[in-house]
Write a protein that binds this ligand. Structure first.
Ligand SMILES: [Ca+2]
Ligand SMILES: [Ca+2]
Length: 107
């Protein structure tokens, strides 16, 4: 496997690389460089997913996302756990998209 240069990459490959870059942009701020602490997760959620997770400023919401994601219970969100969040949100978006497209046209 090799990383394509971004000008050669397909849209999906670019999206994957952006997910990786986005994760590392926040994971490197404190503590372990390769995992998100609670504060780093909150920063990522509010900055990058504010439109999807409108209430991410809410401390309880961040705690809930953290607890849901942290499947190995180490108090940090690693990249695998992060991908599950993005995957779940993408599925939710797709459901919304399908529902939107299925709406009968207004007469
Ligand atoms: Ca970190
Ligand atoms: Ca974890």
């Amino acid at each position: 496997m090799s990383m394509p240069k971004s000008e050669n990459a397909s849209t999906l490959e670019n999206a994957m690389q952006l997910m990786i870059q986005t994760f590392h942009k926040y994971s490197g701020n404190e503590g372990d460089k390769y995992t998100l602490s609670r504060a780093e997760l909150k920063e990522l959620l509010t900055t990058e997913l504010g439109n999807y997770l409108g209430n991410a400023q809410d401390k309880e919401a961040v705690d809930k996302v953290m607890n849901d994601l942290d499947s190995n219970n180490d108090g940090e969100v690693d990249f695998t756990e992060f991908v599950i969040l993005v995957g779940a949100l993408t599925v939710a978006c797709n459901d919304f998209f399908l529902e939107f497209n299925d709406k009968p046209e207004k007469k």
